[in-house]
Design a binder for this molecule. Sequence first.
Ligand SMILES: Cc1cc2nc3c(=O)[nH]c(=O)nc-3n(C[C@H](O)[C@H](O)[C@H](O)COP(=O)(O)OP(=O)(O)OC[C@H]3O[C@@H](n4cnc5c(N)ncnc54)[C@H](O)[C@@H]3O)c2cc1C
Length: 370
Amino acid sequence: MCAQCLKMNAEFEIDEPPILAKSDVVVIGAGPAGSSAAATAAAGGVSVLMLDKKEHIGLPVQCAEYVPLSLAAEVPVPAACIAQRVEGFITYIHREQVAQTRAPGYILNRDVFDRYLAERAVQSGVKLFTKAQAVAVKDQGVLINKQGRLSMVKAGIVIGSEGPKSVVAQAIHCPPQVLAYAKQITVKLRKRLQWAQIYFSPSSPGGYAWLFPKNNLANVGVSIDLSLGGNIATALAEFQQYLIKEGVISEEVIRTTGGAIPIGGPRLRMQQKNLMLVGDAAGHTHPISGEGIFPAIVAGKIAGSLAVDSIRSGDINLLAQYPWQCFTRFGEFIKRGFERKVEYNRNWEKTDFSVLVRKTWFAFPEYFEC
Ligand SMILES: Cc1cc2nc3c(=O)[nH]c(=O)nc-3n(C[C@H](O)[C@H](O)[C@H](O)COP(=O)(O)OP(=O)(O)OC[C@H]3O[C@@H](n4cnc5c(N)ncnc54)[C@H](O)[C@@H]3O)c2cc1C
């Protein structure tokens, strides 16, 4: 059946789709947010079904792959998931080094990590459907398109962890997210590096360029808030040429990727009745750095745990604790980033660029001033 016909069927309910499965909890999206929510809920003894539209979890990688070392306190990070350790990041403004900030972390093998998290969820008892796209959230269930066939998955609680184009967010009537766009190439490094590099310049408005070392390779990318102008392809090409000229990377491009990053802060409504939003779907990304893996995993654990409490007690109102529990874990981190992003946009092209960056980037004391 063509995509248009599926959409029409879904919208007008031409045929009553068959019920494919029933589960206490249905998790849409098997990224870090979904897999940690699903694993937590299943470990609590409720039945969990996790859906992902992809055939191969974790692929293609759309990430620069940095996580703080502290992630290992939230979820196991096996050695196979780690490409290398970095000591922190060096910040450049107008290509001049202006700060070196210790922030030890790992550069992941993100595909291996996402697969590991999904397999860990399955080992906890989660049933995983791949090539299963959630099309809409209906009363007490999710309408899915599994290899061209529409069917219904009945659910007590639905967790939307399917990124910015969330069908759960649509069901809650959330407005579209504010997004930055990123493009990244993976290239060969001429010399191994222990520090990540962050470059601010007016050619990446509202974003930055990065080089994250990954053994003999590097993820080199650019993110831009297009509402402020700029051109991602041009900015990335210029940055790549600069790094080649400086002798940092070689010319060969091994992979190209990219994607959208929520930069508008957490959604005002991230829970309603039996629905919860987690990770990128909820806007759980730092609005300036774009860091989203850590909060996605923490929020997933909170959502999974509340789902268990709610199902066990029969009290759906327990889910109302979800936004506040997220806020207590990482709310201040994202809130400050959001406030600084608003300030950045307000002063874009009105204030000296270096002053603007210093107020909005956590390498500088100005970022932490009230
Ligand atoms: C270029 C780039 C670089 C980044 N670099 C970093 C970084 O270095 N460090 C960091 O912490 N963060 C980084 N991020 C952000 C980070 O990747 C996200 O915040 C993180 O992946 C969020 O996890 P998630 O589980 O919410 O969503 P995702 O990882 O996006 O997972 C969502 C899953 O849902 C599935 N899905 C989507 N729609 C449906 C549907 N309708 N039905 C079924 N399945 C569906 C998708 O296939 C996917 O598997 C980067 C983002 C980009 C774009």
